[in-house]
Design a protein around this ligand. Structure first.
Ligand code: DGL
Length: 264
């Protein structure tokens, strides 16, 4: 019997699509389920306790329902807070999303790098630890932005943001000491690569933005190497709640091959 078990991607909203896309490119026959916790969105302004309680419980329900061969937590906020809890609770391989601080440090010439995430992610000791281990000789400037998350969701629904609004959202980063020397910014929120063009324009093309999407795709390919894939199955998007926002997303989801939409 062919193995029909999907790879399940999980995020609070649409950001995880920036991780799903490179994986789908690398593994075009993999059946994909994309889950957005629309009832819990946004995660970035929630407390650690809320996320640590919510994410493992939800992924437990999802694992039962969709029987995935592998789960990708395509969300930095959920990964930096809840990855260990999820791994302890589920008997499924879990790939998390780690801010790409190591590759940023390898690229930076000025030795000043930015880490742009949600407020919840940038205050995690996990991020400070990555900076100490892999960017010890760099100045690492962190900034959390809930506005950029909202702008990315809207962009996917068809409302591209103005460059001025993206520049405003970056003001809290750029106002920090030595920010003028930043040459690489880590997109430590999976929503932000969805705004890459605007981010590059808002910083006058002077800063490189990097994220973990391609690395995660390679990791998923490695972990599923030699596994069988079924004949093409339609991709499926799952929301934990349908609301005005989710209704505007069908066309965008179809562009990512997610043609079936359902509610958990
Ligand atoms: N996409 C998420 C991340 O990578 C979180 C966005 C949010 O819900 O605030 O952190």
């Amino acid at each position: 019997m062919t193995d029909r078990r999907p790879i399940l991607f999980f995020d609070s909203g649409m950001g995880g699509l920036s991780v799903l896309a490179p994986t789908a490119k690398l593994l075009p026959r993999a059946p994909l389920v994309y889950v957005a916790d629309s009832a819990g969105f946004p995660y970035g302004t929630r407390s650690e306790a809320e996320i640590a309680a919510r994410v493992p419980a939800l992924l437990g329900r999802l694992a039962e329902r969709y029987d995935p061969r592998l789960i990708v937590i395509a969300c930095n906020t959920a990964s930096t807070i809840a990855l260990q809890h999820v791994r302890a609770a589920l008997d499924v391989p879990i790939v998390g999303t780690v801010p790409a601080i190591k590759p940023a440090a390898e690229l930076s010439r000025t030795r000043v790098i930015g880490v742009l995430g949600t407020e919840a992610t940038v205050r995690q000791p996990y991020v400070a630890d990555l900076a100490a281990r892999f960017a010890g000789d760099c100045t690492v400037i962190r900034h959390g932005s809930a506005e950029l998350v909202e702008l990315a969701e809207a962009a996917l629904g068809g409302a591209r943001p103005s460059i001025a609004s993206v520049r405003d959202a970056l003001a809290g980063l750029m106002a920090q000491d030595r920010a003028g020397e930043i040459d690489v910014i880590v997109n430590a929120c999976t929503h932000f690569p969805l705004l890459e063009d605007e981010l590059v324009s808002a910083t006058d093309g002077k800063i490189r933005f990097i994220d973990g999407g391609a690395g995660i795709a390679r990791r998923v390919a490695y972990l599923t190497e030699g596994q069988e894939w079924p004949a093409a199955l339609p991709g499926r998007a799952v929301f934990t709640e349908r609301n005005a926002r989710t209704e505007s997303l069908a066309a965008a989801l179809a562009r990512f091959g997610l043609n079936e939409i359902e509610t958990l």
